[in-house]
Design a protein around this ligand. Structure first.
Ligand code: G16
Length: 542
């Protein structure tokens, strides 16, 4: 039996950079989850009898939402739901399951790197049949639907036992509870030289992987410890917890500081890595060196041919606009295409589907390839391990040689979190007004070459996405970029991205903030950050 339930719309269900993210109490309002899920189903057509993949990062409210989603999928006519055991699927594993099972789409429950718990963050994202996040035209249709929705359909069936692998029934629909890890681990084994990595571990190579009590724990134990033979305990904080142990599962230098400190210490292991709440982000730290995500993209692209899956070379590389241009130099040398997209993994989907690019990356700790349609934290870790094993060199040596060959893109992101939304909007509006007057002026000794508001024309489907961040480019190739985050849940987050290209190897050992100090001062002078936000310093520097 199905019920059709009357409801009234909410006006705040506009998906951001990566789905709908809000505080848990917002999602717990009457019919809030149901309205959004029904709006997803109402915005896509042709799913009758088809398969839907459902899973999440295990955070607080994951299980409740999964039960609701299953019952609603049944009442709306899906034929089959595939759900990870315990409701757990990392975002890349969900993407893989959608592709492998030729599913119609998937519902991924996560607020990524944001904290979890009864008062913390939750999120719902819809992925399409290619395994990737829904493109803007679908997320916009979903939002429009949420504004007028007046009913939803739900099956009057009991909850599914999510902890038992097997096949169940929800109304007329089949529900398969599957091992959350196995398929994904097999995929990784098919891409990389596991023998070489295994030999490296058995030769005494030591690493630490911090799962941050988030979703990648079980994946890391299976892949690193069981399949690759890394010593027991290599995966730390490996049990997923609904509140991530009270921490932010954000693999950056602030929230993974213990790992950073360990890697900079005398008795550091050879390799350190971490992933986020839902397993799509990565942090790479070699003994004595943090590799910025932008550099990681460039170094992975330059060395990818050392892994079996990429032996034949890359078709092209894509990066989000705020990501540094380090990868551009690699693409140029390899003679392959380079694409610059707006922030958001959803913009890579078309390029990957069209076979224009093989590897994509973002400054926000995301790297991935055409093996799925999401960024993939453990994939990045394994590609690094494969490269280190193949070259027989440390991360610091690989990075040093890379910079010597291509030059170094000094890079940092300054975040001003929890800024008053009106203040943040006023800052951006004032900046936009200033744009036409900036070229030719000199700020803190730096001459502005050009300034614009980034707009992207998708070369595959011809769609345009405007207002994607303000770029100020200086003579000599340095730049600062300003944009407001689309993933925060409290106030606004101003992101300032700062980059300087340094070709001279004699100047590759400068501390990053020092190397960027004039640009940092110029950014404040141009955007009047202090004046608008009242903040003398950023809340997070990465
Ligand atoms: C999401 C998106 C990424 C984006 C990041 C930061 O990642 O998938 O493409 O770079 O947010 O976005 P923003 O700067 O708008 O906060 P995740 O890991 O949060 O899903």
């Amino acid at each position: 039996m199905n019920s059709i339930v009357k409801t009234v719309p909410y006006d705040d269900q506009k998906p951001g950079t990566s789905g709908l993210r809000k505080k848990v109490p917002v999602f717990q309002q009457e019919n809030y989850v149901e309205n959004f899920i029904q709006s997803i189903f109402d915005s896509v057509a042709g799913y009758r009898g088809e398969t839907l993949v459902i899973g999440g990062d295990g955070r607080y409210f994951n299980r409740e939402t999964i039960q609701t989603a299953i019952k609603m999928a049944a009442a709306n006519g899906f034929g089959r739901v595939i759900v990870g055991q315990g409701g757990i699927l990392s975002t890349p594993a969900a993407s893989h399951l959608i592709r492998k099972n030729e599913a119609f789409g998937g519902i991924v429950l996560s607020a990524s790197h944001n904290p979890g718990g009864p008062e913390e963050d939750f999120g719902i994202k819809y992925n399409v049949g290619n395994g990737g996040p829904a493109p803007e035209k679908i997320t916009e249709a979903i939002y429009q639907r949420t504004l007028v929705i007046d009913r939803y359909a739900i099956a009057d069936s009991p909850d599914i036992d999510l902890d038992t692998i097997g096949t169940f029934q929800a109304g007329d629909m089949t529900v398969e509870v599957v091992d959350s890890v196995a398929d994904y681990a097999d995929l990784m084994e098919s891409l990389f030289d596991f023998d070489a990595i295994r030999a490296m571990f058995s030769g005494g190579f030591r690493m630490v992987f911090d799962a941050m009590h988030a979703v990648t724990g079980p994946y890391a134990v299976e892949i690193l410890e069981k399949r690759l033979g890394a010593e027991h305990g290599t995966a730390r904080n490996a049990v997923p917890l609904p509140d991530f142990g009270g921490h932010h599962p954000d693999p950056n230098l602030v929230h993974a500081k213990d790992l950073y400190d360990l890697m900079m210490s005398q008795n550091a292991p050879d390799f350190g890595a971490a992933s986020d709440g839902d397993g799509d982000r990565n942090l790479i730290i070699g003994k004595g060196i943090f590799v910025t995500p932008s550099d990681s993209l460039a170094m992975l692209a330059a060395n990818a041919h050392l892994a079996p899956a990429y032996k034949a070379g890359l078709k092209g590389i894509a990066r989000s606009m705020p990501t540094s241009a380090a990868a551009d130099r690699v693409a140029e040398k390899l003679g392959i295409g380079m694409y610059e997209t707006p922030t958001g993994w959803k913009f890579f989907g078309n390029l990957l589907d069209a076979g224009l690019v093989t590897i994509c990356g973002e400054e926000s700790a995301g790297t991935g390839s055409d093996h799925v349609r999401e960024k993939d934290g453990l994939w990045a870790v394994l590609l690094w391990l494969n490269i280190v094993a193949a070259r027989g060199e440390s991360v610091i040596d690989i990075a040093g040689k890379h910079w010597a060959e291509y030059g170094r893109n000094y890079y940092s992101r300054h975040d001003y979190e929890g800024v008053d939304t009106d203040d943040a909007n006023a800052l951006m509006a004032a900046l936009k007004e200033k744009l036409p007057k900036l070229p030719g002026t000199t700020v803190k000794g730096l001459k502005v070459a050009s300034a614009d508001d980034f707009s992207y024309l998708d070369p595959v489907d011809g769609s345009t996405s405007s207002n994607q961040g303000i770029r100020v480019l200086f003579e000599g190739g340095s730049r600062v970029v300003f944009r407001l985050s689309g993933t925060g849940t409290t106030g606004a987050t101003l992101r300032v991205y700062i980059e300087r290209y340094e070709p001279d190897p004699a100047r590759h050992d400068v501390e990053t903030q020092e190397a960027l100090s004039d640009l940092i001062a110029a950014a404040d002078a141009i955007a009047s950050i202090r004046k608008h936000t009242g903040r003398p310093t950023p809340s997070v520097i990465t």
